[in-house]
Design a protein around this ligand. Sequence first.
Ligand code: 13P
Length: 268
Amino acid sequence: MRTPLIAGNWKMNLTVPEGVALAEQIRQRFGVQEDVEVAVCPAFTALYSVGQALRGSTIKLGAQNVFWKEKGAYTGHIAPAMLSSLHCEYVILGHSETRGRFGQSEIEAELLGYFSETNASLKKKLEAILPYGLRPVLCVGETLAERESQKTDAVIQQQLSETLQAMEPDELRDLVVAYEPVWAIGTGQVCEADEANRVCGLIRSTLAHMHHTELSEVVRVLYGGSVKASNANSLLKQPEIDGALVGGASLDPEEFLQIIHAARTRKG
Ligand code: 13P
C-alpha cells in the first residue's frame, strides 16, 4: 500500500518570515499523522529557516530545483550537497515552469534562454541527486496544444523514457512522478478526475514496461494542477493517484490542510 504524499510547491512566493509563519501553522495543525506524508517546497532562500521551523515534525522539506554539478563556477545554481545539508528530502525536477513551457507548445526564445530544461538535463539532475539520498519528484505533463492534437500519451511516455532510460529499478525506488498537465497549472482548470486517473495509470504502466512491474507498484504518482480543497476528494480517491503536488492552494494553510485531510480519508 502506497502512503499518499501531499506536497506544497510554494514556487516564487513568500519571504523568509512569511514562509516560517506558514510552516509553523501547518505544523501546529497537522500534528503527527502516519497515514499521509506531507512536504513543503519553499524557495531556496527560505529552505534553511523553514527546515528549522519543521524540525522534530514529520513534515518533509523539498526544494524546487537543483543543478547537477557538485560544485564550481556556476553562478546562481544550487548543488545536491547543499540541499542534503539542509535536510531536504525531496527535489522537484522538470516542473513545466522550469522546463520553460508555461502552457505553450512553441516556446519563446526569450523564455527558453532562462529556463530551457530538457529531458536530457533532467536525467543528469536525477542521477546527481540520488547519491545524496534526495528523492526526485519528477514532473511530466502535456501542453494544451499537445492535448488537443491527441499527443498527451506520447508526450508523457517520451518525457519518462528520455529521463529514466538506462536507470536500474533499484535506483528509482524513491522516485515520485507528478502528472501536471501544463494547461491545468495555475489556471483553475483542473483535469477531470477520471482522465487524471487514466494518465497516472499510463505513467505507472510505462514504468512497468521500462523498468519493472514491482517498481511501478511502489512509485507514487501524484496529480498536480489547480488542486484545491473543493476538488481534492474526487481526485484523491482515484486508485492510480497517490497524492497531489499543490501550488497556489498550498499557500493557504486552511486549503492545504483540507487537501491533506482528503488524502487521509480517501479510501474511507
Ligand atoms: P497550482 O496548484 O497553482 O495550479 O500549481 C500546480 C503546480 O504547478 C504544482 O507544482
